[in-house]
Design a protein around this ligand. Structure first.
Ligand SMILES: [Zn+2]
Length: 172
């Protein structure tokens, strides 16, 4: 438990200090399977993909991302907006099924002042749970429930593949 606690905290701290892979854009790097980044993509559909956040706020914290380097919602075409919405609906279905959260926070951060740490636009989907880990929980060692992102990735890849299969059967 001591090691686990340390891992969770140090990850967050190194992220806050800006230790990031040396690539011009981390999401373009994920889109192009650049080996310098930990690729936590769980699903790809057309020009969009869904990836885990490497430093999740909560288990199942996902981002829906256009593959092209786009900085603002105003650059998205209506077709892209519709596609993002459809993928959002699918993503919520998958997260409901795998994690059964009590609710979600969904949105974009635009600009550094908003707290965005990546310029490339991404729709954040953060599941919320009735009993959540907080910083004090980590410090007091009372609960450590943060899941390793690689474990999350495997679970969600399977769930997305199953959901995509179900969607294509419905479309026929
Ligand atoms: Zn980019």
């Amino acid at each position: 438990m001591e090691i686990e606690k340390h891992r969770v905290v140090s990850n967050k701290l190194s992220y806050a200090k800006g230790k990031r892979p040396d690539v011009p854009c981390i999401l373009c790097a994920v889109a192009s399977d650049d080996p310098r980044v930990d690729n936590l993509r769980v699903y790809r559909e057309g020009d969009l993909f869904v990836t885990l956040n490497l430093y999740p706020y909560n288990p199942g914290h996902l981002m829906i991302v256009p593959e092209r380097h786009c900085l603002d919602v105003r650059e998205l075409s209506e077709a892209e907006v519709l596609h993002i919405h459809r993928l959002q609906v699918m993503t919520l279905g998958v997260l409901d099924q795998v994690y059964s959260p009590g609710g979600y926070n969904i949105g974009y951060n635009l600009g550094r002042t908003s707290g965005a740490s990546i310029d490339h636009i991404h729709l954040q989907i953060v599941p919320r749970y009735r009993s959540e880990i907080g910083f004090f929980d980590i410090l007091s060692d009372s609960r450590v429930i943060v899941e390793d992102p690689r474990v999350t990735k495997e679970k969600l890849e399977h769930a997305f593949a199953a959901a995509a299969g179900a969607n294509s059967r419905q479309a026929r």
